[in-house]
Design a protein around this ligand. Structure first.
Ligand SMILES: [Zn+2]
Length: 347
């Protein structure tokens, strides 16, 4: 699948083997405003259209996420695709599993046009910012076929027909075709007033928000629970944000607040005591977010604490705003119940 064409923008790129993680390819695009990324073979291991979808999600991820810094240096994101991923604490927090996002892929043309418009508004954030579609990154446009020449004009036409974008100017610039310089004329577009209105509706349209924030203990023995929660969220057609997967140093508190602010639902597991999780849930509650509280059955019913001190330290607080608690037997049970609960809440 990988060639010397950048899978994000369609320009020429260089592909090297990544130095530290040799099962990753380092895609360095020639275009200045494109993103250098590291990509695991698993991303490319699917049929063509599916692979295009993954890169489209990668591009959207890059547009909407700031690069993580480690010791002052920005880190490249490492993208992989593994629906059965068991988290690995030895890896730095820049590994992004696109399998967690695939359920959020726009599955009809109107959703796709909304998402393209949202991408354009991030790339051209000011009212009156002009752009043209010649050389527009194929992933920004959610193009799924290898050949943009058919899909791109159709999408531009739809966006124009809906009055989301408008044009009343042309731009001329020289391009080299087969060694000869020719003048190209392209229409210059701006996002229209209606387009900006649509973007603001879209951002407020909670029904399209698929983000679920997971608040819980990050202790290693808790990994099967995290995995079960993530799977339950994915099975329900949502996408989980688990904080320390992205970043787990202290500078990321603002990032955590942003993720909670932007989530549709927070899932909190209280089987293991964790103050951070209660704090996160409290913040989400203040923002009137939906919250699901879950707990393992034996802990939920546990009565035989050694003394009051132990009980205080380890007994989960069930009185979180009188929330009903999702009580689960084992990770498989948790996945199933959580997915059903989320579907029930949002259907
Ligand atoms: Zn590129």
């Amino acid at each position: 699948m990988l060639s010397d064409v950048c899978p994000l923008c369609g320009s020429k790129c260089n592909i090297e083997r990544a130095q530290n993680y040799t099962d990753y390819s380092f895609i360095k695009c020639e275009k200045k405003n494109c993103y250098p990324i590291k990509v695991h073979n698993s991303i490319n291991n699917a049929e063509k259209k599916e692979v295009r979808k993954r890169y489209n999600l990668i591009y959207e991820f890059l547009l909407t996420h700031k690069a993580v810094e480690l010791n002052g240096a920005p880190q490249y994101f490492h993208f992989f695709f593994d629906p059965d991923y068991a988290e690995d604490y030895t890896k730095p927090p820049v590994f992004i599993n696109i399998a967690d996002y695939i359920n959020t892929y726009p599955n009809n043309i109107s959703e796709k046009l909304d998402r393209i418009l949202a991408n354009l508004s991030i790339k051209y954030p000011n009212i009156g910012d002009e752009f043209f579609f010649y050389n527009m990154p194929i992933s920004l446009m959610f193009i799924e076929s290898g050949d943009a020449s058919g899909e791109m004009p159709a999408l531009v036409k739809y966006l124009t027909d809906l009055d989301y974008i408008e044009t009343n100017k042309n731009i001329r610039f020289p391009v080299i075709v087969n060694g000869a310089e020719i003048t190209r004329i392209e229409k210059l577009f701006v996002i229209s007033a209606k387009g900006w209105q649509r973007i603001s509706e879209f951002r407020q349209d909670n029904r399209k928000n698929k983000n679920v924030f997971v608040a819980m203990s990050f202790a290693e023995r808790n990994l099967p629970v995290r995995k079960a929660i993530k799977q339950g969220i994915i099975d329900a057609g949502f996408s989980p944000s688990v904080m320390d997967e992205m970043i787990h140093n202290k500078q990321i508190v603002p990032e955590m607040f942003r993720l909670i602010k932007e989530c549709r639902l927070l899932v909190m597991d209280i089987t293991e005591p964790n103050y951070g999780a209660y704090m996160e849930a409290g913040y989400a509650m203040g923002l009137s977010k939906e919250i699901i509280v879950s707990c393992r059955e034996e802990i939920y019913h546990k009565k035989d604490y050694k003394d009051a001190l132990e009980e205080k330290a380890f007994k989960p607080h069930f009185d979180i705003a009188q929330k009903q608690v999702l009580v689960w037997k084992d990770p498989a049970d948790l996945t199933k119940k959580l997915s059903e609960w989320i579907k029930y809440l949002f259907s």
